[in-house]
Design a protein around this ligand. Structure first.
Ligand SMILES: [Zn+2]
Ligand SMILES: [Zn+2]
Length: 170
């Protein structure tokens, strides 16, 4: 009886001992890196692994970049929409041209002279005109911009100093 007990105890002890030795001699092994890389990674254990932390900060960085891109494109879209709205408002408020004048350059200024616009927006009843002379941005008062007035005065294909200066000044 005692002999059987000793044999069983011996067997249990030797199994435990072998397991302990195997643990001791087995190289450290990381299941996270092994999973992530697709081949066995040794040298550190799961508990020592920096992989999950790095992956997390990488994800956070990608997300932050994505958010920044999103905000930028939203801002661009808003700006674009605002510009289109302003452009529509301008063309809707363009005054009827009653007399075509001159568009000339003096130095680095574009002069809009001799034009007469009705005081009412395009399409409404014309009640007398206004002589028009302007240096700068005519769209602020007439709704017509320099390019449009120049095209009306000289034709769309004109490449005179006005066209050149309008490109630079803008
Ligand atoms: Zn690892
Ligand atoms: Zn011209």
């Amino acid at each position: 009886m005692v002999t059987v007990l000793l044999i069983v105890l011996g067997a249990v002890l030797s199994i435990a001992l072998r397991a302990a030795i195997r643990q001791l001699w087995m190289p450290k092994f990381c299941s996270w890196c092994t999973r992530a890389s697709g081949h066995e990674v040794t040298g550190h254990t799961d508990d020592q692994c920096q992989g999950p932390r790095l992956a997390q900060s990488q994800r956070a960085e990608i997300e932050a970049t994505h958010q920044r891109d999103l905000q930028r494109s939203e801002a661009r879209l808003t700006e674009h929409t605002e510009k289109r709205k302003a452009e529509r408002a301008r063309t809707a408020a363009r005054l009827r041209i009653e007399h075509i004048g001159n568009v000339t350059t003096r130095g680095r200024e574009i002069h809009i002279t001799g034009w007469r616009f009705s005081t009412h927006p395009f399409g409404t009843e014309v009640t007398g005109g206004q002589a028009y002379s302007y240096v700068g941005a005519p769209e602020q008062t007439s709704g017509w911009n320099v390019d449009e007035l120049h095209a009306i005065a000289h034709g769309g294909a004109c490449r005179c100093d006005v066209a050149r200066l309008a490109r630079i000044v803008r």
